[in-house]
Structure formats: structure tokens, C-alpha cells
Design a protein around this ligand. Structure first.
Ligand SMILES: Nc1nc2c(ncn2[C@@H]2O[C@H](COP(=O)(O)OP(=O)(O)OP(=O)(O)O)[C@@H](O)[C@H]2O)c(=O)[nH]1
Length: 316
């Protein structure tokens, strides 16, 4: 919980029904197991970007689930794995500090992959802290019934979970059940966010994430990890109503990567821009002019100063 949460708690509260519950749940798991997709499914809107590339999530993102009798704030964390870079270390400590601050943890393990060292590593981490853990078997739509049952048994034996819940975020299978299980772990208390607010991410961050999501499409190998996006300026156009000008920089780590992101005579960058613009217009509900520049920040994942410049400071 940070200063802004405390500030919010001090604000006068609207009336709320007796027995109202509110609190925080966080999803942890290996990269690419479907944490962000699941959060979006519970919230009912895309508040976190997703991709087929592992390690897409780099920030802690909060999505808010509203019900008449409860408010659940879902915290999506970067995938946990043994860190190899300074960015990896920062992300790992970020996840650890989140675990102890929430009311319930959802450990995500996919139905369609054998349980591996990565899952055991996380299960051992979770065993060392007190927060109740619900094990979530994700991507249930990708396996048949028998495989699903086998995975549920295997996950059950991995640790001391309060529940084991299979879900499919893409088919909305059991997402209501999961939401109810998570709500059951929340304490009674007032709503923490205004009615209807779906995320506490600033608009600039959501916009930068949508550009990054578009830039991740179709790039290979280690390049996805080298891409970072910063929105430099976002301003409504004075002479044209309902039009937003957005200037964003796409950072890469090496000159060779710059060429890949830009593509032949700028063709790839134009595609990225067009896709990102459509998504951003959906998010903001207004027309957008998007100016993308590709810039070099040599080895930024290992450089503390550049990490800060790109928004990955300790509070990220
Ligand atoms: N079939 C199927 N695919 C899913 C489901 N949930 C997620 N996926 C896919 O799995 C991939 C990874 O999903 P993400 O939600 O980005 O995974 P993540 O765990 O947040 O990944 P990191 O950000 O790397 O930690 C994407 O291609 C999703 O479309 C699901 O329920 N069913």
C-alpha cells in the first residue's frame, strides 16, 4: 500500500451496504501463464496489455472489480523468474513486496504445461509468507477434461492452497467462481475506489503500454525485452475539438534493433502506429494523432539511470 492508497482511505466515504467487503488480490506466476488476460477478464475491460511473448508485464497494474456488495482490486504483477538483469531484479523485488500487502494471492499455473522448476520456485516463495493463496489453473480451454483433472491434482500437491480453481479467461469459464473465491478472502470494509473506476493507472501509462503491445507483435527472439515506450507529450489539439496529439518514443537497446522496429522504409513502424492508434482511440474515446519516434538507449535494462528515465524506478 502506498501514499496514494493511504490518502484515499482518509477521504470521506460514500455510504455503502452493511457487510461490504473490499481489498486486494494479486496474481503471480511464471511469465506467459495468462495473469494479465485473467485480470482483464475479471475487470471486464482491457486494463493490462497481453502478448504471446513471455515477460510482457513490467509494472504492477491494478484493475478494479465492482460489485454491489464488494470491491476487489486485482494487482497484476510481472512474471516471477530467476532474474538475469537489473530490470529482472527490480521486477522480482516488486512482486515480493506486493505479496505481503494483499489480502489474497492467486498463483497461476497453466493447464497445458507440465509443472516445472519455475512453478516450484514460486510455490516455495509463497510458502514463506502468511497471505492465503488460491491456486488457479489457467488456460483450461486448451486441455481435455482428463488432462485438466490431472493438472488440478498436481497443482494441489504443490503447496498449501486454500482452493484450487480451474479457469479459462478467453472462454470466461469459471471466472465468476474465481471472483467469488477471491472475494471470500477480503475483509469487511468500505469501497477503496470510486464507483466505475476500472484502473488507477495514469492515462499516459496505459497509452505507452498499448504502443508497446503493438510494437511487440511479430518481433522475434530477445527483442521484446529490449523495447520500452515513453509517452513524451499528450495534449488535446486547440484548433480541433475532440482530437488528441500524442508524442511517444519507442526505445531499443541496440542500433540493429532500431532497424527492425522501423522496418523497410518505415513500414513496420507505420503498422505499429496504426494498430496502437486504433487501440488508443478505443481507450480514450476520441480521435488521436500518434507520433512515434524510435530511439536508442544502449543496454537500458542494465543501467540504473536509464531504467529511471524509462519509468522503472523503485516505485514502479
Ligand atoms: N487459450 C487461452 N490462451 C490464454 C488464456 N489466457 C491467456 N492466454 C494467452 O496466453 C498468452 C499470455 O497471456 P498473458 O495474459 O500476457 O500472460 P502473463 O502471465 O500476464 O504474461 P507476463 O506478462 O509475461 O507475465 C497470450 O497469448 C494470451 O492470449 C486462456 O484462458 N486461454
Amino acid at each position: 500500500m502506498d501514499d496514494s492508497d493511504l490518502e484515499r482511505l482518509r477521504m470521506p466515504l460514500p455510504s455503502y451496504p452493511d457487510g461490504f467487503r473490499s481489498g486486494f488480490a494479486c496474481f503471480v506466476g511464471r511469465p506467459n501463464v495468462g495473469k494479465s488476460t485473467l485480470m482483464n477478464a475479471l475487470v471486464g475491460q482491457k486494463v493490462a496489455i497481453t502478448s504471446t511473448r513471455p515477460q510482457t508485464t513490467r509494472r504492477v497494474i491494478r484493475g478494479i472489480v465492482h460489485r454491489d456488495d464488494a470491491q476487489l482490486i486485482v494487482v497484476d504483477t510481472p512474471g516471477l523468474h530467476k532474474p538475469r538483469t537489473l530490470l529482472g531484479e527490480r521486477l522480482d523485488s516488486l512482486v515480493r513486496s506486493t505479496l505481503v500487502e494483499v489480502d489474497v494471492v492467486g498463483l497461476c499455473i497453466p493447464a497445458n504445461e507440465p509443472i516445472g522448476r519455475g512453478d516450484t520456485y514460486i510455490a516455495e516463495e509463497l510458502a514463506q509468507q502468511q497471505t492465503p493463496v488460491v491456486a488457479i489453473v489457467t488456460k483450461a480451454d486448451l486441455v481435455d477434461r482428463e488432462q485438466l483433472v490431472q493438472q488440478l491434482v498436481a497443482v494441489d500437491q504443490l503447496g498449501d492452497w486454500t482452493d484450487v480453481v480451474p479457469v479459462s479467461a478467453t472462454d470466461n469459464f469459471q471466472t465468476d467462481t474465481l471472483r467469488d473465491v477471491l472475494l471470500g478472502h477480503l475483509p469487511e470494509g468500505p469501497p477503496l475506489y470510486p464507483d466505475g473506476e476500472l484502473t488507477d493507472e495514469p492515462e499516459e501509462v496505459l497509452v505507452a503500454e498499448l504502443v508497446r503491445e503493438a510494437a511487440l507483435e511479430g518481433v522475434r527472439d530477445e527483442l521484446p525485452h529490449s523495447i520500452a515506450v515513453v509517452v513524451e507529450e499528450m495534449s488535446p489539439r486547440v484548433d480541433r475539438d475532440g482530437f488528441m496529439d500524442i508524442y511517444a518514443s519507442v526505445y531499443v537497446e541496440r542500433t540493429s534493433q532500431k532497424a527492425i522496429v522501423i522496418g523497410h522504409r518505415g513500414s513496420r513502424l507505420r503498422e505499429v502506429g496504426a494498430q496502437a492508434r486504433r487501440q488508443i482511440e478505443g481507450l480514450l474515446g476520441q480521435r488521436v494523432y500518434l507520433d512515434l519516434r524510435v530511439r536508442l538507449a544502449k543496454d537500458w535494462q542494465r543501467d540504473p539511470r536509464k531504467l529511471r528515465r524509462l519509468g522503472f524506478d523503485q516505485q514502479t
